[in-house]
Design a protein around this ligand. Structure first.
Ligand SMILES: *Cc1c(COP(=O)(O)O)cnc(C)c1O
Length: 384
């Protein structure tokens, strides 16, 4: 029997009656757009994250884009973000005509290095790329915001990042697309910075059965702006428009699917810890296992290890029926789409090294001890 990389079937088997009941209720009331399940979900998500407000939306990408729009980010603006993330994190910056300024990662956590962020902000303010690599056109850029990423489920170092950002008046948008469910000293991912974005793409720790996302904030004025931007920049009335926005609502059906999933999410997060511990016990010494700093709780969106024999490991595991994935083979500053920014190899050495060495193993709450044993043995057979 082959091991799935992510097991959505076991979860569905567990929740099927409840998911079908909630979906049937939507089919019965017929409010497919902004039905009552949307508000119910937003309230429960805000309570879970520990924020005053939550706004559901159409994807994690739109959950990043909408706050940038609300802040008025555009041409001439620099948004500092991690060089090591899914493309959408930087794409939304470029989509608005602003320029992503990439910051290297801490090689232990794969998250934005706060000291590098500080150097990057100073380099921008002093027009001095000797302090930190900057994109072409840096002379005319104004730093406007920071987007740290909770990569693989581990929250970024918000205490240190916030110290840098607040010293320069820069709002933080937390990219919690992978981190939702994680925490730092009990403060949950989704509650850091001015606001946070998450994704309900099916493979994320909390996923729906299509695309979906949410934005969390304590800032009422920002929340009000986001409500408007989510639906075509609407004003006091549906047909009065006060801004250029998007059509970025979450479907009522997806909210209906998420509600029962959110109920068991805390339990699933604990099961992910168990799965990760089973891996770490078997893999320590063979590969570099995930580093979870003191006080941090990872949502384990991925269980990612590193080894300088990655390709050998991947083909060996594949031959044993164990699927693996590489997130990500190309750091953002080396993506072809950003070639015009003029970044060079060596600009973000930790991101570049990670892109050559990381590999993610199957990870989901329903991974059994037997699965971990099979995978552990397969890794040992290749690397021992
Ligand atoms: C998945 C992901 C996104 C985008 O979410 P979508 O719902 O797929 O649009 C953004 N950032 C990170 C880090 C992600 O992993």
């Amino acid at each position: 029997m082959s091991i799935p990389f992510i097991d959505l079937k076991s979860q569905f088997a567990r929740l099927e009656p409840e998911i079908r009941r909630r979906m049937d209720a939507v089919l019965a009331h017929g409010q497919y757009i902004m039905g009552p399940e949307i508000r119910e979900l937003e309230e429960k998500l805000a309570a879970f994250a520990g924020t005053r407000f939550c706004l559901s939306c159409s994807s994690g990408t739109d959950a990043l884009l909408l706050p940038l729009m609300a802040l008025g980010v555009g041409p001439g603006d620099a948004v500092l973000t991690s060089a090591y993330s899914f493309y959408a994190t930087a794409e939304v910056i470029a989509l608005l005509g602003a320029t992503p300024v990439f910051v290297d990662i801490d090689p232990a956590t794969y998250n934005m290095d706060p000291a590098a962020l500080e150097r990057a902000v100073h380099a921008l303010l002093q027009n001095d790329p000797a302090l930190h690599p900057l994109p072409k056109g840096y002379e005319s850029l104004t730093p406007r915001a920071v987007i740290p990423v909770d990569l693989f489920g581990l929250p970024a170092d918000y205490a240190a990042i916030e110290a840098v950002a607040s010293a320069h008046g820069l709002p933080i948008i937390e990219d919690a697309a992978q981190g939702f469910g994680g925490a730092v000293n009990g403060k949950r991912a989704g509650s850091f910075g001015l606001c946070a974005a998450t994704s309900f793409f099916p493979a994320k720790p909390l996923g729906c059965y299509g695309d979906g996302g949410a934005i969390f904030t304590d800032d009422e004025a920002l929340h009000e702006k986001l409500i408007s931007l989510r639906v075509h920049g609407q004003g006091s009335d549906k047909y009065e428009n006060v801004a250029v926005g998007l059509n970025a609502r979450l479907d009522t059906l997806q909210a209906a699917i998420l509600l029962p999933k959110l109920e068991i999410f805390p339990e699933e997060l604990e099961l992910r810890q168990v799965a990760a511990a089973r891996y770490t016990e078997r893999l320590s010494g063979l590969v570099e296992t995930p580093v979870i700093p003191d006080g941090y709780f990872s949502a384990y969106a991925q269980y990612t290890v590193r080894t300088d024999r990655r390709e050998q490991l991947m083909s060996g595991l594949s031959a044993s029926g164990v699927p693996t994935m590489v997130y990500y083979r190309i750091p953002l500053h080396q993506q072809p789409v950003f070639a015009h920014l003029g970044y060079r190899e060596g600009d973000m050495p930790h991101s570049e090294k990670a892109s050559r060495e990381v590999v993610s193993l199957p990870m989901h709450p329903w991974l059994t001890e037997a699965d971990a044993e099979t995978i552990g043995n397969a890794v040992r057979a290749v690397l021992w």
